[in-house]
Design a protein. Structure first.
Length: 465
């Protein structure tokens, strides 16, 4: 079969009519170079998902501002239709469709206002409206320019469970539905990112920024040549350019490295995106809609060897560390598992764990918003160990930052962490905890937030240049 590409355009790539025109340029030139038309995945226009979620919260609390949000959305999309559609018939029927979708939204929000309740399930339904409209708009614009295109609602083809807010995909059923609907199309399919549905047809979402994940699910099911994530930066950078102005685009990076970087806060791709493509070895490209000729970043099974030990630096802001300390924990079997069970029981996600080798302390690190309830849960669940003095204290420290340095080349490099920590020491950055992944692909450490920039700049200077 001839090769086919998946092209995903995020909210910043479809933020207004001018950008949507650039998106169509890129898509149309792909239809000219490939025998099979691409499958395009689109996000809502920039800001729309946030507006929808805010409107839902307003309606729930009886605040009428949700009504002006609907008017604002109507205005925004009408403007785009006017600017993007020249054919009167296409334009009129598109406006009718947009209005009927927004009327439906209005009715749902009114319902939320009446019952003063917006469940996660209703929130999923509401937050997906932006993609439903943007896919229609972009498909219509491509058609208007003389290239066959069709909008596809992903709720017909992506099947999930009912874990609203971040539903899990049933890959077998989804794969079959996608192939049935999208294989062998002779037109460009413009698929809604982010949204899906349960077996009962209830709308779900794949989590915020989930459109990247939609693209990789489609790419895997359709055996695409590659998945392209079109965004507003030239690719994955060695560090956050707001901190390191001379950070540069990484040309090639392995799946594992990219997963670690996205997990540790590099914002270019949704952390789940690579999960479905890894098995098939399907390459993913990060490309810039505003600068389409730039080569971007290629993420694949193997990347060309690099002449530096560290591929990139990422960080997570606003974390807290819980220090569980006590001489009685030394050699106490099962203590780690009790700690993890307690933290999990409070619904908290542990981002990193560090254990002093004396076993004198175990320090889970989690997001600031979740830390208080995790620490309270630990004090309760471990009260027996606290009263028997096995555990001396459970302490919570806020205002911290996790910095992660990532690179395949770190494997087996003797002395690397020494060099890393002396670079930080030279910049007077105090390290509170350290963890190294057993794959030796990442070293992460905790510092006070106020040292974030110095730390990242020092590591970038010492190892990446
Ligand atoms: N529109 C959704 C969001 O803002 C999904 C996405 O853009 O990927 O989270
Ligand atoms: Mg995104």
């Amino acid at each position: 079969m001839d090769p086919m590409h998946i092209m995903k355009f995020g909210g910043s790539s479809v933020a207004d009519a001018g950008l949507i025109r650039s998106v169509a340029d890129i898509v149309i030139s792909r239809t000219e170079s490939d025998k099979r038309p691409p499958v395009v995945v689109v996000s809502a226009m920039k800001g729309v998902t946030d507006t929808l979620i805010t409107a839902a919260a307003a309606a729930e609390s009886g605040d009428h501002s949700y009504k002006s949000a609907i008017i604002e959305l109507k205005h925004k999309h009408h403007e785009a239709v006017k600017a993007l559609i020249t054919d009167n018939t296409i334009g009129v029927s598109l406006l009718i469709e947009v209005d009927s979708i927004l009327d439906e939204l209005g009715e749902i929000l009114h319902g939320v206002e009446l019952v003063r309740e917006c469940s996660l399930r209703t929130n999923d339904l509401i937050s997906g409206f932006g993609e439903r409209i943007s896919s229609l708009l972009i498909a219509a614009h491509i058609t208007d320019r003389g290239v066959k295109a069709e909008a596809v609602d992903a709720r017909e083809i992506i099947r999930t469970d009912d874990d609203h807010g971040q539903a899990a995909v049933d890959f077998d059923i989804t794969g079959n539905l996608i192939r049935k609907r999208l294989a062998d199309r002779d037109s460009v399919s413009v698929v809604t990112g982010f949204i899906a549905s349960t077996a009962e047809g209830v709308s779900t979402t794949l989590g915020r920024n989930g459109s990247d994940y939609t693209a990789s699910i489609l790419g895997t099911a359709l055996d695409a040549e590659s998945v392209e994530i079109w965004t507003d930066v030239d690719g994955i950078l060695t560090a956050d350019p707001r901190i390191v102005p001379d950070a540069w685009v990484i040309k090639e990076i392995s799946f594992q490295e990219a997963m670690e970087l996205s997990f540790f806060g590099a914002e270019v791709i949704h952390p789940y995106t690579l999960v479905p493509v890894i098995e098939k070895g399907l390459p993913v490209f990060i490309k810039n809609t505003l600068n389409p000729s730039a080569p971007g970043t290629r993420i694949a099974r193997t990347a060309a060897p690099k002449d530096r030990p560290i591929t990139g630096i990422a960080s997570i802001d606003n974390v807290s560390m819980i220090t569980i300390e006590g001489g009685g924990m030394v050699g106490m079997p099962g203590i780690a598992s009790r700690i993890f069970a307690s933290v999990a029981g409070s619904g908290t996600n542990i981002i990193m764990i560090s254990q002093a080798s004396s076993e004198h302390s175990i320090c889970p690190v989690c997001r600031h918003e979740e830390a208080r309830k995790a620490a309270d849960g630990l004090s309760k669940d471990l009260s027996d160990a606290i009263s028997s003095r096995m555990i001396r204290s459970i302490k919570l420290t806020d205002g911290l930052e996790i910095i992660a340095v990532i690179g395949e080349n770190m494997r087996g490099q003797v002395g690397l962490s020494g060099k890393l920590f002396s670079a930080l020491g030279d910049s007077d950055v105090n390290i509170l905890a350290i963890a190294q992944g057993s794959t030796e692909l990442n070293i992460s450490f905790v510092i006070e937030s106020k040292h974030k920039s110095e730390a990242i700049i020092a590591i970038h200077r010492a190892f990446i240049g």
